[in-house]
Design a protein around this ligand. Sequence first.
Ligand SMILES: [Zn+2]
Length: 139
Amino acid sequence: MPEKVQKTDAEWRATLSPDEYHILREAGTERPWSGEYVETKTVGVYRCRACGAELFRSDTKFDSHCGWPSFWSPLAEDRVRLLEDRSLGTTRVEVRCAACDSHLGHVFEGEGYGTPTDLRYCINSISLTLEPDEAQPGR
Ligand SMILES: [Zn+2]
């Protein structure tokens, strides 16, 4: 399991931008097509913007045409925590960072994208930081 990261609300506010705080700590959603990683193909690892935990790899990212970065699997199952979300009058499954419990997005199932898992982890760009592989010599 990734090491747990715990901070107070004031500490999160001090380390995150207002937009990051709203999405990550208040479970906000960025506008579709507004995020910086929607169509990114760069090879690398996506880390949690809040705590730096490695969450997704670029090789599970796919074109969902939904306006948010979409992955068919997390880097490892223990990297994310799934919670039932009954807001907006529907039942969805919220995806949070397992290390710091920040909001990442939602996961949807059985949409027919033809990916190996038939899952779509629909993640806010602002919840992620892409670390391109070139930046890690020796890996
Ligand atoms: Zn995190």
